[in-house]
Design a protein around this ligand. Structure first.
Ligand code: ASP
Length: 441
């Protein structure tokens, strides 16, 4: 019998997880049961993915750069990547702002709902912790992000997943220096990283064997801890605008893929689907990164010389879904709380949401932290910030899941575009976890 394709297996796991989670909400002990006995398996899976993220970035970026044999090629790739990332993010924010201005989801929301949401969430630790985190990030100077990108201790950078940009910096520095000492002298180090890279990609294959079960656990956990369905319903119009915007972004990527790379967009989406489904289940582009890299390189055929730079950088700085959401959420909150927005305010949102998406961490809920900064940039009253966040908190997790799918798809799209533009989009070479199993079993 032909084995069911991975994305179908994952999808079935997700649906069963949602169903199971829903059943568990019907019994009093259900939430605890899921928390104690089911969720840990999801957490272990996410930990495994994060475990290999740093070795993978290091090995693949060093291999990618040392394969280039030419620093100017790397400069080309770098400049294109950053420019395209900025462009797609601006497109995303613009789509979000146009939709929220046309559909006005904040206008119809009743005083009663606002009061209920405020009472439930304004002093919730979820909201207050996001505001605290935002005020910590806000105190930084304009060049702080550059300063933060440079590690003062390579090993320390490698021990902290939130320092991914520092690891990228170190890997690029090392890779370029390897090119500069000449092929012969760099050979032993290159072989080491080549081999490490293959090993880590094999680890991705092995981890993915458990993906259908892990997403079951992750989604059951999300369902049992989701908010009161009545509150979710009150925010349906706002959530609908965000989801519509995100769907338009997927359409936009499909158009780019077919026009720039002449690749069938449906094939692109189907090859990326395991990564997208994991992005949805984990709400973290950083955790999904190893799978995104594996899909883009082995299943789509983007050369490592491009993907090893474009994807890790994208996971940390390119968040189209997040910035679209920040645009919609900021205007929605302003509409609901009758805070008038001028055109200049909306342009400020474009700029700050762009910077905020660069600054957002690739972890669940990070987009909401930076939303505080977007709201402050348009002069939103400080004393109403908690109320504003309380308004959207109930639906933040499901929207986070959806925007992470867009974040990951955006990175993959740009990887294809850059690869095509430098002649590095080739034939896929799929490797299976058991290619050498017979030799060692
Ligand atoms: N969870 C998102 C990501 O990891 C970030 C966010 O929008 O909160 O891409």
């Amino acid at each position: 019998m032909r084995k069911l394709e991975l994305h179908w297996q994952i999808l079935i796991g997700m649906l069963l997880g949602i169903l199971f989670g829903f059943l568990m909400t019907q019994v009093t002990w259900g939430k605890d049961f899921v928390g104690d006995w089911i969720q840990p398996f999801g957490t272990i899976f996410v930990k495994l993915l994060k475990l290999i993220a740093i070795p993978l970035i290091l090995a693949s970026l060093i291999k990618g750069i040392s394969d280039l044999k030419d620093i100017s090629k790397f400069r080309n790739i770098g400049v294109r990547t950053i420019l395209i990332y900025i462009t797609t993010t601006v497109v995303a924010i613009t789509i979000g702002l146009v939709l929220v201005n046309i559909m006005q989801p904040g206008e119809g929301i009743s005083e009663e709902t606002i009061t209920k949401l405020t009472d439930t969430y304004a002093s919730d630790s979820g909201v207050t912790s996001k505001m605290e985190e935002a005020s910590r990030q806000k105190g930084a100077g304009p060049l702080k992000f550059l300063e933060d990108m440079v590690p003062d201790n390579a090993l320390a950078a490698m021990t902290d997943n939130s320092l991914m940009l520092q690891v990228i910096f170190f890997a690029i520095f090392l890779g370029i220096s390897m090119l500069l000492i000449g092929e012969k002298d760099a050979e032993p180090l290159k072989k080491f990283f080549d081999s490490l890279n293959d090993v880590v990609l094999k680890m991705v294959d092995l981890i993915m064997l458990t993906a259908p079960y892990a997403v079951f656990a992750l989604l059951a956990g999300v369902v049992v801890s989701s908010s009161d369905p009545e509150l979710l319903l009150a925010l349906l119009k706002y959530a609908g605008v965000v989801v519509l915007g995100l769907a338009l972004m997927i359409l936009f990527y499909s158009l780019i893929v077919s026009s720039f790379t002449r690749y069938n967009p449906l094939t692109f989406l189907s090859k990326m689907s395991p990564a997208q489904l994991l992005a949805f289940s984990t709400s973290s582009s950083a955790a999904t990164l190893p799978v995104t890299m594996e899909r883009v390189e082995e299943h789509i055929g983007v050369d490592k010389e491009v993907s090893s730079f474009v994807l890790p950088v994208g996971a940390t700085i390119n968040m189209d879904g997040t910035s679209l959401y920040q645009g919609v959420a900021a205007v929605f909150i302003a509409q609901a709380l009758a805070f008038d927005l001028t055109l200049a305010n909306q342009l400020t949102i474009v700029l700050t949401a762009l910077l905020a998406s660069i600054g957002s961490a690739a972890v669940p809920g990070a987009g909401m932290v930076m939303l505080v900064i977007v709201l402050e940039s348009i002069g939103f009253p400080q004393d109403k910030l908690a109320i504003g966040l309380a308004l959207i908190f109930a639906v933040d997790r499901p929207l986070d899941m959806c925007r992470t799918v867009v974040n990951v798809t955006g990175d993959a799209t740009v990887a294809m575009m850059v690869a095509k533009s430098v002649g590095k989009l080739g034939k896929p070479k799929v490797k299976n976890w058991d290619d050498h199993y017979e030799e060692v079993k």
